[in-house]
Design a protein around this ligand. Structure first.
Ligand code: ADP
Length: 294
């Protein structure tokens, strides 16, 4: 599993990353933490990054790309990783694509965007600072209201374009970061399970198609079960699942027209719901609660 967590400061990326690490036994790669370690160690990278980070601006792309490139080569990242705080610019995203595809032949599974109301971010960061102080930890120099404003501005102008970047590449999954920590975790797990199920279904479908032909539903059964009929009639030019149920019933013969029309009307009302349910089950095997919300 290779994931990216995307979101403004205070969105909860770190919190969710820790939970994902536990759940999927993959490593968290946080460029922010790596840079802070470099600053503390006064390494050449740290010396370069120190003032930039303190101001709330972004460290140059080549610096962070270099760090990440080295880091994902490490054996502990072989099983998968969560990128937290990287990529932060389109140039970094492109560099990551190159790194994964060309150099390592790896695939990115998903980009999870944590979407939050900006008004909540300052109080979240303030709460984080208070907790760190209470624990006797050193507070980040960029966790002040002034620098936070700059970090947010950097996010909006340089990082938010990645939402579009990954959405175009069909990698983006947006989660409401205003829910409770547990709810956000559950939603991410659900979405990741859907991806895994879709991948599994895709390969199963491929091998099944190679083995046997798809069985066709009999007309009688189609009239009795409009949802199935909707799928069967789809290839005959019906515009929607609702009308598909009706046309399938019509084609079932004149003899019991009245009875069948009644059945079709009944079914047509039910068809979209049951069809949707079947499609969801087939595609994703998703838990009911989260499916409903979508
Ligand atoms: P946040 O809590 O704001 O998401 P991080 O801990 O991820 O912050 O990063 C802190 C600082 O480190 C950023 O404001 C930036 O200066 C620097 N930084 C971290 N990751 C990157 C990156 N991918 N590109 C450029 N700068 C970065």
């Amino acid at each position: 599993m290779r994931l990216i967590l995307l979101g403004p400061p205070g969105a909860g990326k770190g919190t969710q990353a820790h939970r994902l690490v536990e759940r999927y036994k993959i490593v968290q790669l946080s460029t922010g933490e790596m840079l802070r370690a470099a600053v503390a160690a006064e390494s050449p990278i740290g010396l370069k990054a120190k003032d930039i980070m303190a101001s709330g601006a972004l460290v140059p792309d080549d610096v962070v790309v270099g760090i990440i490139s080295d880091r994902i080569e490490q054996p502990d990242a072989a099983k998968g990783f969560i990128l937290d705080g990287f990529p932060r610019t389109v140039a970094q995203a492109e560099a990551l694509d190159d790194l994964l595809k060309k150099k390592k032949g790896l695939k990115l599974d998903a980009v999870v965007e944590l979407r939050v109301n900006e008004s909540a971010l300052l109080s979240r960061v303030e709460a984080r600072v208070a907790q760190m102080v209470a624990r006797g930890e050193t507070v980040r120099v960029d966790d002040t209201p002034e620098v936070l404003t700059k970090r947010l501005a950097a996010y909006r102008s340089q990082t938010e374009p990645l939402v579009h970047y990954y959405s175009e590449r069909r990698k983006l999954m947006t989660v409401d970061g205003m829910m409770t920590i547990e709810e956000v975790t559950a939603e991410i797990a659900h979405l990741l399970a859907r991806i895994a199920a879709a991948d599994k279904a895709k390969s199963a479908k491929k091998s099944a198609a190679a083995r046997k032909p798809v069985a066709k539903a009999a007309p009688k059964a189609a009239a009795r079960m409009p949802a199935k009929a909707a799928r069967t009639a789809k290839g005959k030019g019906s515009a929607s699942k609702r009308s598909s149920g009706k046309s399938a019933a019509k084609s079932a013969g004149k003899a019991s027209r009245a009875a069948k029309a009644k059945s079709a009307r009944k079914g047509a009302r039910k068809a979209p719901r049951s069809a949707a349910k079947k499609v969801t089950k087939k595609r994703a095997k998703a838990p009911k609660r989260l499916t409903k919300r979508r």
